[in-house]
Design a protein. Structure first.
Length: 559
């Protein structure tokens, strides 16, 4: 073998090894590369900066599971003299984490009894079954469901409904799920057996709009997304004297934003995929299914509802508990009337308490009303065993994303360590020049950075990296912290461009074989729309809810 061939072979082997083991190499080399950060200036602030940069790198490239990276402060903070073990561990189970646990258990109970599917099918039937109306109905349902349960679960719930509807239409000769071509006068699918089929634009619209609706819906409610809870936790950790982020005020601000972004996005997606405003285009002609197509879709929805049967006691009880949780959250401290918590105690009661009240009820209330026959004269009616609760601990163990609790806690620990060590103040001082810009431009730039970074990394990890820096910058620039932090937190949810950007994108892209290039194109448009709406509405609407034009006294005291 000649020398060039040997070199080429060795190079190929090296590249192959790097492709397989790059994560392991990164874990070993990256911490060594960062060592000069504190070896040249061995202060607490620079040691904390080392840990923060280490976590940021591991989070962005996901070389370790996100939850394991989140545990690094428990190792490094005590050993490097940043914060002792007890104070660090307390960051991992703050009130925000408990609210997350309570909200998720309620959401898991809704999923477990299949109440969310029944609500979705009824809502779609009401909206209508023409292609455009069906798309609007599916997006609306996904968006509202995603406000209360995880974005991933909301997207996954709708995929079977979308697939069944499109398949039924295709079986009736109305529309196609995948592209086809003319071959000798016959119609044949482009792909052969074993290869991926190319979805039609209509198919892509249904699937990807479902994913985007899940991400957008998560912005509407404080428990709807991990990024929202990350913002709440970091804001209340870094500014402990602040009034905090209240459930009611969050919804008053973000539900209108959510609705504007969603329906502007639907217009964009229907323009791109369904020929909206282009009546003579091929895309517009393909979705003209007529009354026959609408009847087929409506028949399918009705059939699925019939299969579910009448609403069970389990569903009704969980539905009442869900309504109770919203009521408790909304009226805990509504401000226009005295909240229920203020009537009971002078101590501060937060949203986690409201969530866990409902959780306790769910574990006490039976899923079947057979207890009413316990003393029946008819022995056959008497229950043989006690009914299970509305939700069981076994179900919680299976469906609870425990890693996300550690991910939230790791962010809070990182923020607390940054504050205690003086690292955040040091970084903010170095960014003083940037902070002298008009606050509106600072908000746009920081939000834009978050929106770009979130396309390539975990939404929650992105928020954990960006928000503490913005908090300190707001103190240096004398800007209300919420003015910079909340838009950036919301931008972390605008992950539209790639299947890896967020789980709902992957869930939607997989079943319909959507090309990544198509997702990038439509996703860029969605990102621009979302940011345009946020940066237009937030500066004018948010100050009506919070006094964002005045730098608060409590922000100075937290410095």
């Amino acid at each position: 073998m000649k020398l060039p061939e040997i070199i080429s072979s060795k190079t190929d082997m090296l590249l192959h090894a790097l492709k397989i083991y790059w994560k392991s190499l990164f874990v070993l080399i990256y911490p060594l590369v960062l060592l000069p950060l504190f070896l040249t200036n061995n202060t607490t602030a620079f040691r904390c900066l080392y840990v923060v940069c280490l976590m940021a790198g591991f989070w962005v490239f996901e070389v370790l599971p996100l939850a394991i990276t989140a545990l690094l402060p428990m190792v490094f903070f005590p050993l490097m003299g940043i914060m002792d073990s007890e104070k660090t561990s307390l960051c991992y189970l703050k009130e925000t984490n408990m609210m997350f646990v309570g909200g998720l258990i309620i959401a898991i109970a809704v999923e477990h009894c299949n109440l969310h599917t029944r609500v979705a099918l009824h809502a779609i039937r009401v909206v209508g079954c023409s292609p455009r109306r069906l798309n609007i109905g599916l997006c609306t349902v996904t968006m509202f469901v995603s406000m209360w349960i995880s974005n991933t679960a909301a997207a996954a719930m709708m995929i079977p409904i979308i697939e069944a509807t499109l398949t039924a239409l295709e079986e009736q000769g109305i529309g196609e799920m995948y592209e086809s071509e003319e071959l000798d006068g016959d119609i044949a699918h482009v792909s052969v057996e074993g290869e991926s089929k190319m979805p039609t634009k209509t198919t892509m619209c249904y699937f990807i709009s479902n994913a985007y609706a899940a991400s957008i819906g998560g912005c509407g409610c404080i428990i709807g997304s991990g990024t929202n809870l990350t913002f709440k936790g970091l804001y209340e950790t870094l500014f402990p004297d602040s009034p905090g982020v209240e459930f009611t005020k969050w919804m008053i601000l973000n539900v209108p934003l959510m609705l504007i972004i969603m329906y502007a996005g639907i217009v964009w997606m229907q323009f791109w995929f369904m020929g909206l405003f282009r009546p003579s285009s091929v895309d517009a002609k393909k979705i003209r299914v007529g009354q026959q197509g609408e009847a087929v879709a409506r028949k399918l929805i009705n059939h699925q509802l019939e299969q579910m049967g009448p609403m069970s006691f389990h569903e009704k009880a969980v539905g009442l508990c869900f309504v109770l949780s919203i009521t408790l959250w909304f009226f805990r401290k509504p401000q226009f009337v005295t909240g229920w918590a203020e009537l009971i105690t002078d101590h501060k009661v937060k949203d986690a308490t409201a969530a866990l009240i409902v959780v306790l009820i769910m574990f006490v209330c039976p899923s079947k009303p057979d207890f009413i026959h316990a003393f029946s004269k008819d022995e056959s009616k008497r229950p043989k065993t006690a009914s299970t609760a509305l939700v069981s601990w076994k179900i919680i163990q299976q469906k609870m994303p425990w890693g996300l609790i550690f991910l939230l806690g790791g962010g809070f620990a990182m923020a607390e360590g940054s504050k205690v060590s003086g690292m955040s103040h040091m970084i903010a001082e170095h960014l003083r020049g940037f902070a002298t810009l008009n606050k509106y431009y600072v908000m746009m730039i920081s939000g834009g950075m978050a929106a770009v970074l979130t396309q390539f990394s975990s939404n929650v990890a992105c928020a954990n990296v960006i928000l503490p820096v913005l908090a300190e910058m707001s103190v240096v620039a004398k800007i209300h912290p919420m003015y910079l932090m909340m838009p950036a937190a919301l931008c972390c949810s605008f992950a539209y461009c790639l299947p890896v950007s967020t789980p709902p994108n992957a869930i939607a892209a997989g079943p319909c074989n959507m090309p990544s290039t198509e997702m990038v194109k439509v996703g860029l448009g969605m990102t621009v729309i979302s940011m345009a709406v946020l940066f237009t509405v937030f500066p004018f609407y948010a100050p009506l809810i919070w006094d964002l034009d005045v730098f608060p006294v409590w922000a100075n005291s937290s410095d």
